[in-house]
Design a protein around this ligand. Structure first.
Ligand code: HEC
Length: 192
């Protein structure tokens, strides 16, 4: 009987200590919760503070200057419009220029157009996470290993060290926004 109550006491202590260690520790909380609306929210936050909209979202002039066109969020250069008029002679000699809404740029590399990052087929709709990671961290077109190098001003080299969990959040957010059908033109290169 004595032995039984001692082992019961041990069991109780064991259970209490188990409970203690499994209690949530605020310091151990992961930065992002996976598979949740929180992941998308965190991705939105990252996309906003890292400035993807600067180049990937078309803008219109508002009373306080350029403002994002929400219905075209992150859909890139609007290819149906004509190529902005750049001073190509100056671009060739080393001056970078941007269209007023910053979705197209000219410089010594030619003329480049910001990509459509919405989940439409003409954007990243069919992209896998691995493709996205290769595009962002290695600067390769469409995230293909044999893809051409991404041109300026896409600042992909800022993201070579990005954590997978952050990139996953960005990807989840981009996959959650409104798909916009928009075929972005291929870059134009200067004749050598
Ligand atoms: C300073 C302007 C600029 C900023 C800021 C920028 N981009 Fe880009 N991005 C571009 C341009 C221009 C291209 C097209 C480059 C090309 O065609 O080679 C591009 C291309 C891409 C591509 C490749 C698309 C494809 O079809 O291969 C991805 C993915 C991308 N950007 C994601 C992002 C994300 C995510 C952010 C924010 C973290 C971001 N970009 C910030 C200008 C920018």
């Amino acid at each position: 009987m004595k032995a039984l109550s001692i082992s019961a006491a041990f069991l109780a202590i064991f259970l209490i200590s188990c409970k203690k260690t499994s209690a949530p520790d605020p310091d151990q909380k992961p930065l992002v919760k996976k598979d949740s609306a929180e992941l998308v929210q965190y991705g939105k936050y990252l996309v906003t503070i890292t400035g993807c909209n600067d180049c990937h979202t078309p803008k219109r002039m508002g009373s306080k200057g350029p403002e994002l066109i929400e219905e075209l969020l992150l859909s890139g250069y609007q290819g149906k419009n004509a190529v902005p008029e750049f001073d190509l002679e100056r671009a060739k000699s080393g001056f970078a220029q941007m269209s007023p809404d910053m979705t197209a740029a000219a410089g010594p590399w030619g003329i480049s157009f910001a990509a459509n990052l919405t989940p439409d087929e003409t954007g990243i709709g069919s992209w896998t996470f691995e493709q996205f990671k290769t595009a962002i961290t290695e600067g390769k077109y469409k995230g293909m290993q044999n893809g051409r190098p991404l041109l300026p001003p896409m600042p992909w080299f800022n993201f070579t060290e990005i954590k997978d969990e952050d990139l996953q959040a960005i990807f989840a957010y981009l996959k959650s926004i409104k798909p916009v059908e928009n075929v972005v033109p291929a870059p134009k290169q200067f004749e050598k």
